[in-house]
Structure formats: structure tokens, C-alpha cells
Design a protein around this ligand. Structure first.
Ligand code: ZN
Length: 115
């Protein structure tokens, strides 16, 4: 069982997600990213976020409007339940700015949870 010998590392490295992210980011120029950040009402975390948003917009449509008794997602502007801490539309994590920084910070949080 060779997989059992592999060093423990975040899923996104072993699965090739980091490679996929590089490909997606390389498809969007800095200029296009800046223009679309101004054009769309979304706070994009990175180019990958923009890439997936455009797929969402094409396949699903507009982001749902805020309804009564909902709070507004700072990331995309959709409505969130009062007790929600994560936006299911854009992935924004409320009250946890550290989790927005992908990479080492997220890994270290996971380590703390596992211990
Ligand atoms: Zn959102």
C-alpha cells in the first residue's frame, strides 16, 4: 500500500489542486483581473475565485438577493442566515480573516484542530 507511506500533507497538494490553480491563474491576466474586480460586485480573493465565479454566473445565474432576516455576505452580497459563518455561494468565511489566506495559515489551523 504505497499510499500509506506518503508524508502527511494537505489534500490540495496530493490531489494536484495547486497545479490546477496555477493553470487557472495563468489564464487570467493581471489587467483582466483588475478590470473584472471593478466590473463585478464580488470581492475576489484571487484569479481562481474570479474564474469559478464566471462559471457559476454562466451555469447558475445571478447571485441570490438578500431576503428578510438575513445578513449580507461581505464577499458576494448574497443573503446569509444569521447564524451562518460561511457563504455557500462564494466561500467567504465570516469572523475568521485568517482562513481567507489560503496556504500555510489554513494548514496550521487544521493541525490545531487535529491535535
Ligand atoms: Zn458570499
Amino acid at each position: 500500500m504505497p499510499f500509506a507511506w506518503q508524508s502527511k500533507r494537505p489534500l490540495e497538494y496530493g490531489s494536484g489542486m495547486t497545479f490546477l490553480r496555477q493553470i487557472i491563474s495563468s489564464k487570467i491576466s493581471d489587467q483582466e483581473f483588475e478590470e473584472k474586480k471593478r466590473f463585478y460586485p464580488i470581492r475576489f480573493m484571487n484569479k481562481e475565485h474570479l474564474y469559478y465565479y464566471e462559471i457559476y454566473k454562466k451555469q447558475v445565474g445571478e447571485i441570490p438577493k438578500v431576503e428578510k432576516n438575513q445578513k449580507i455576505c461581505p464577499g458576494c452580497g448574497t443573503g446569509l442566515h444569521q447564524k451562518a459563518f460561511h457563504c455557500r455561494i462564494c466561500g467567504y468565511v465570516l469572523n475568521s480573516v485568517k482562513l481567507l489566506d489560503y496556504g500555510l495559515k489554513k494548514e496550521s489551523n487544521i493541525d490545531k484542530i487535529q491535535m
